[in-house]
Design a protein around this ligand. Structure first.
Ligand code: NAD
Length: 494
């Protein structure tokens, strides 16, 4: 049901700042409906936000860890209360099915709580004093400074809180910039969080590259925490080079799934799990299985059973319909890009099989909907296989032996996650040889994600890790205070 458009603002100096310029965010299921308006901030406003965060930094960094945790827990309690309405807003502006939006909130709150529970242990070397044969050494974990957090539209709540929570807990201050393709729920979330912290500790601006460039080049920004495309990250690294900033980059992926000959093609739950790892959020997750390699000995049977499983699970339609598992694609540009990859595959001779059912044909025609598809007969180097599709289509290809499967999986500029399906011990042996930040066995994508362990990519999928202890530690730097007993070196002449 259409509602009045929501208007959100930047948050600078603890205040919501109205702006002259704004952009509309439409509902991808029904683009005629405007869900809300986000501000188009200027470079000057970005600078004000950075300066506010910079002024707040010394006091916030000196604030005790207990108080920081207490404030974050209060924010989490409110987010839990507001989850139903925030998830609905996210679903309307993003296009992901409501259960999927609720899942995003669930996993993010789990991570925020984990960060609160563990931050003391993880940063336990704060003020750790070591007495030794050459005197005394104190090792502290110091906050880094102002963090620019820049996030994409695919998981806007998750990928923002995954940065904001550890950054603030570790004593940093933050300027967050979300994507214009899903700015509303995340802004309402940051309004809630920022109220629990002293003014200026958490700031937020909106906009595109102009604001982004300021956030990544300003000398008072000490760290960039970025999730988004690999090409954008190249601009960011260049912008940050002049002032040598800390960086955590979570980038694109083209995750391979290898189906071993000992995979049970009749296991319906396994097949359903694989289908979900291909099509959840209409294929728009960095860590989905985006190309599947199946051993030739089981290929035909696998495809038959996969199509049955996909047809059962995939129900495309209105994100608010509880029967729907796959909503529209988030935006027109993405829809056209994915379609161009499918058209290209067809031109090269591939067979494209439509999957699932469309529950509401009329809405389907109106919105940015795509019929999920399986691509058979593509070449190993075709764009549909080597590019990150980021949409509801998946190529499935045969391989002949294990070496070839490993080679194909590693034949990519990316290395975010991957998965191996079959006998677990056999799968682990293969997994050890895959170039990726995470390899899951008999599951993939968010289904296998565990917030207690680090997440991130190798190769052009990123630098650094989020989640787990490593995710927290990436927001501090080690500071050694040495008090040596022997102050003069014996070999230096008097
Ligand atoms: P994007 O790179 O286009 O945009 C990401 C963010 O960067 C947005 O807020 C955008 O406004 C901002 N931006 C654009 N130009 C900028 C510049 N020059 N300087 C600073 N900021 C700039 O990505 P997207 O289309 O929003 O998201 C899709 C991509 O994100 C996919 O490649 C996907 O794989 C990746 N992703 C990665 C992960 C991960 O954890 N590795 C998670 C989700 C999405």
């Amino acid at each position: 049901m259409a509602q009045d458009p929501l208007v959100v603002h930047a948050i600078i100096n603890g205040e919501q700042v109205p702006t002259k310029r704004r952009y509309a965010r439409e509902n991808p299921a029904n683009p005629e409906e405007i869900v809300g308006y986000g501000p188009l901030n200027t470079q000057e406003e970005a600078i004000r936000a950075i300066e506010a965060a910079n002024e707040a930094f010394p006091t916030w960094a000196a604030t005790g860890l207990d108080e920081r945790i207490e404030r974050m827990r209060r924010a989490i309690a409110q987010l839990k209360e507001k989850t139903p309405e925030l998830a609905q807003l996210l679903s309307r502006e993003h296009g992901k099915a409501l259960y999927d939006a609720e899942g995003e909130f669930g996993i993010s709150i789990m991570w925020m709580e984990y960060a609160c529970d563990t931050v003391k242990d993880v940063l336990q070397d704060q003020d750790q004093v070591q007495e030794h044969d050459n005197g005394k050494t104190i090792i502290t974990s110091d906050a880094i400074g102002v963090v620019s957090a820049i996030t994409p539209w695919s998981y806007p709540f998750s990928l923002s809180t995954i940065k904001v929570a550890p950054a603030l807990l570790a004593g940093n201050t933050v300027v967050l910039k979300p994507s214009p393709f899903a700015p509303l729920a995340v802004t309402k979330t940051m309004e809630i969080i920022s109220k629990e912290f002293p003014p200026r500790v958490l700031n937020m601006v909106h906009g595109e590259a102009e604001v982004g460039v300021e956030l990544t080049s300003h000398p008072k920004v000490a760290k960039i925490a970025f999730t988004g495309g690999t090409n954008t990250a190249k601009h960011i690294m260049k912008a940050a080079a002049d002032t040598i900033k800390h960086m955590t980059l979570e980038l694109g992926g083209n995750d391979a799934a290898i189906i071993l000959p000992d995979f049970d093609v009749n296991d319906e739950r396994d097949l359903r799990r694989l289908v979900i790892s291909n099509f959840l959020t209409a294929g728009q997750i960095c860590m989905l299985a985006k190309r599947v390699y199946v051993h030739r000995s089981i290929f035909d049977q696998f495809i038959d059973n996969y199509v049955v499983a996909a047809n059962q699970w995939i129900r495309v339609g209105d994100p608010f319909n509880p029967k729907v598992t796959v909503g529209p694609v988030n935006n027109k540009r993405q829809m056209e890009y994915v379609q161009s990859l499918i058209d290209d595959a067809k031109k090269r001779g591939a067979k494209v099989i439509e999957l699932g059912t469309v529950l509401d044909e009329e809405l389907f025609e109106k919105g940015y909907f795509m019929r999920p598809t399986l691509v058979l007969g593509a070449g190993y180097d075709d764009p549909i296989v080597v590019e990150e599709q980021f949409g509801p289509t998946v190529p499935i290809l045969p391989y002949d032996d294990e070496e070839q499967a490993i080679q194909l999986a590693n034949h990519s500029i990316y290395g975010l996650t991957s998965s191996v399906w079959g006998d677990p011990e056999h799968a682990i042996r293969v997994a050890r040889r895959i170039e990726a930040g995470t390899t899951m066995i008999n599951t993939a994508a968010v289904q296998g994600l565990d917030v207690r362990f680090p997440f991130g990519g190798v190769k052009q999928s990123g630098i650094g890790r989020e989640y787990g202890a490593e995710g927290l530690r990436s927001y501090v730097e080690t500071h050694v205070i040495n008090v040596p007993k022997h102050l003069d070196l014996p070999y230096i002449p008097e």
